[in-house]
Every structure is written in C-alpha cells, then in structure tokens.
Design a protein around this ligand. Structure first.
Ligand code: S3P
Length: 448
C-alpha cells in the first residue's frame, strides 16, 4: 500500500439498475497508438481508453518521435514515423503499471537501431521481462536487465535485424505481439507460432494497417502467424470497442445482487475474449447478448444482465487465454454460486499485476469463503448466494483485485473493504462513478 493509498468499502446494495457504458478496450487502445506511431500518415482513433496505462503508451510514442494528440474525449490522432523510423528517446520510459504497453513497445523498437530504458511502478518492476527480451534477441536485439530479467531494463535495437522462425513458449498475447511488432522491421518473412489461442488484436490490426500477414492453424490446436518484414503500414481509422474485461465487473455485480438489471452496450465480443461470458452462461447466468455486429474489424454486441442464481462449474483450462484477466471476478461470482467451482491452468496468474492466485485466495478467505489452492488453480466452495463478507483485502497494486473484491462487497452480508483503489485508474478510471450510478454502495474507510 502506498503513502497516498485510498482504501474503500463496499456494502450490500439494492438491485443495480441502469446502463453501464464501460470505456474502450485496453488491449486495442495500446495497439492503436503503437501501430499509429509506426504507420505513415495520420491515424484517427475513437473510443480510446484514456486510463493511465494507455496514456503512458501515448507518452512513449511521443518519446520515439511520433505525434499522438488528443482531439476530444476518447478521440485521438497519431502522426506516425513509418516502420523503422522511430528516434531514440531522450529519457527513461516509465510505463507505470502496464505490462502490455511496455512489452509491446519493446517489440516495436527491437529491430530499429536505437536504445531505450524501460521502467515502471512497484508492480511492473516485479514482473518477468525475460519472456519478451530473450526471444527479441533472435532478431539481433540486445538487452540488460536486473537479475531475474526485471526492470529497469535497457534494450538496444538490432542494427541489422534478421527475420525469425520462433515458437512462443508461454500462453501470452503480449509476447506474441512483441515478436510480431519486431518482425515488422526485419527483412524477409518471420513465422511466429503459439500453442494456445491468445487474443489476436495485433494480428487483426496489423492486417487493417496493410501488413502482409497470414495465420494458419496447427494440428496441436495452436497456430502460426507469418508476417512479411520491412512493412509499410498506412494510417487508418480505428474504432475502439468497449472493454469486456472492464464490463466483467458490472456483469458479475448484476448477477450477484438480486433483482438487478444492467444493460451494457457495444461490448467487444471477440471470441478470444469472451471466456467469462461463456463460463457465466454455463453457471446459469441470465445474460442476453443482442445486436451482434462488426465495428473496426471486431465483433461487438449489447448485453443485458439480470440477477441470477448461479451454480458451480469446472472451467476448462483451455479457456484460460480467453478470460485470463477475468479470474478474480469469476472467483467472486463462484463464491455466490451453489456448489463447487474448479479453475485450472492458471499458472500465468502468478505473474500478472500481482500474484493473482494468491491475492484471490486471500480475498475470498477474508470474505468467509472456503477455497482450496492448487498449484495451477483454485477450488471455490460456493455459498449459494449467502456470502458472509466482512473482510479487508490487500490489493498489491492490482486494479482487478481491487475491483473484484469491491464487487464482492455489493452482494455479501457484511461490507468488504480494499486497502487501495487509486490503481483502478490504470484501466478503468470511471469504475466508482459508473457502479455508483447503477446503485452500488461504496463508502470511505474511516479509522476506528
Ligand atoms: C494483454 C494480454 C494479457 C492480459 C493483459 C493484456 C494484451 O497478458 O493479461 O491484460 O493486451 O496483449 P498476457 O498476454 O501476458 O497473458
């Protein structure tokens, strides 16, 4: 907890009602700024998430010589330099809390002959960067990191990059994306494969910007992406859909507070992001998806969520990449369900903004829920709607832990409090306001 931490308490709330217009998708927002900065011409973006993580990426783009500029709420234009045209930043790049921003930018500069120093906040400086930096050396990049591959790091882009054929060893869209962005400036065709189907926003957006990219399914269930280097990206218009990972908190709040009815318009429904909705439907959630349509090369739709009696399920481990950020809030939903929910294949949760497995388990126990820890997952014994609550949760600079346990407090018998909410602004600055407008009861934590 930092010196300026702001603790908050959430208490049992009346039925939540209304429309929740959640902000733009974080993953797509980072990519729109980065590809805009690598393209020739002026990229126009609407619906950009104006949260700290994304604003730090915009700042970095400026440091590399591109010109991102805000022209209205969520409306930005970016004048790019062209692939290979980035200049060396004059100062250290501070990415704050953002693994996505920092790792994607490492890839995007790794094949340009410039150096940059990357750092971040106390959470980001604990997260492994070797998973990105090691494969980037295949292109000819070099780096120095603190022991364990930790930030601050210095990355020296390749003077004479070469194309690569590489299988990404971790189920990470960030690593895959970093490799694709690096391949953009390496002569020849690179082949990047992965055993699991992680989010594909980079591939979709690269294609929209004019890159020569193709994807082929592999017999093991994975895929290989081929990308021609020395690409000429051309500025386009990007519409950023609303973030399903932010919507997740309002969705689960609507399910666990009896009598609720919440509408969520224009939510990104890319099938590699809808694992939570699929799981909640299996748990018996009353979620109606309507008006499915396309926006900016992505599928979107409107959701209607009503208070529901949930039941426990076994979540297929293969679904993890499609809901990797949603396990904290799924764990909360499963605490309110009747019966046991088992989640496995969650090794990656150990290296998120916090050790999320440990934080989820501690938070559920603080709220009086019985939970078993597995090496790669957890088992939650649902309370059938009657969650005791009454606990205090350590957030470890993790926005999704803070939001998940505040939502738990909205449905529990006794209030739940979290030690800090300031970091929620890294991804969802409007969270408190938006939830309060639906009827959520939040209050400051006072010293007794
Ligand atoms: C993201 C990928 C995921 C996710 C993160 C955003 C992205 O990380 O947790 O919030 O935009 O590519 P990993 O790819 O490392 O699992």
């Amino acid at each position: 907890m930092s010196a300026t931490a702001r603790p908050l308490k959430a208490r049992q709330s009346p039925p939540l009602k209304g429309t929740a217009s959640v902000p733009g998708d974080k993953s797509i927002s980072h990519r729109a700024l980065i590809l805009g900065a690598l393209a020739l011409g002026e990229t126009r973006i609407s619906g950009l998430l104006e949260a700290e993580d994304v604003l730090n990426t915009a700042k970095a783009m400026r440091a590399f010589g591109a010109r991102p500029e805000r022209v209205g709420p969520g409306a930005w234009k970016v004048s790019g330099t062209g692939v290979g045209g980035w200049a060396e930043p004059g100062d250290v790049l501070d990415f704050g809390n953002s693994g996505t921003g920092s790792r994607l930018v490492m890839g995007a500069m790794a094949t340009t002959p410039i150096s940059a120093v990357f750092t971040g906040d106390g959470s980001l400086r604990k997260r492994p960067m070797g998973r990105v930096l090691e494969p980037l050396t295949l292109f000819g990049a070099e780096y120095e990191a603190r022991s364990g591959g930790l930030m601050p790091i210095t990355l020296k882009g390749a003077g004479q990059p070469i194309c690569v054929d590489h299988k990404v060893g971790v189920a990470s869209a960030q690593v895959k994306s970093a490799m694709l962005l690096a391949a953009l400036n390496a002569p020849g065709r690179s082949h990047i494969s992965q055993g699991s189907l992680t989010r594909d926003h980079t591939e979709r957006m690269l294609t929209a910007f004019g890159a020569d990219l193709s994807v082929e399914a592999l017999p093991d269930g994975g895929e290989v992406i081929s990308l021609m280097g020395e690409a000429e990206l051309k500025a386009v218009t990007v519409e950023v859909p609303r973030d399903p990972s932010s919507a997740a908190f309002a969705i689960v709040a609507g399910l666990i507070v009896p009598g609720s009815e919440i509408r969520l318009p224009g939510i990104l429904l890319n099938p590699r992001r809808t694992g939570l909705i699929d799981t909640l439907l299996e748990m018996g959630a009353d979620i109606v998806v309507s008006n499915e349509r396309e926006s900016g090369g992505e599928k979107i739709g409107d959701l209607l969520v009503r208070g529901s009696a949930l039941k426990g399920v076994e979540v297929p481990p293969a679904r993890a990449p499609a809901m990797i950020d949603e396990y904290p809030i799924l764990a909360v939903a499963s605490a309110f369900a009747e019966g046991r929910t088992v989640m496995r294949g969650l090794e990656e949760l150990r290296v998120k903004e916090s050790d999320r497995l440990a934080a989820i388990i501690a938070g559920l126990r603080a709220g009086g829920v019985t939970v078993g820890e597995l090496e790669d997952g957890l088992i939650v014994d649902g309370r059938g709607g009657e969650v005791p609550g009454g606990g205090h949760v350590a957030t470890h600079l993790d926005h999704r832990i803070a939001m998940a346990f505040l939502v738990m407090g909205l449905g529990a018998r006794d209030p739940m409090s979290v030690d800090d909410v300031t970091m929620i602004s890294t991804s969802f600055p409007e969270f408190e306001l938006l939830m309060t407008a639906l009827g959520a009861k939040f209050e400051p934590v006072t010293e007794d």
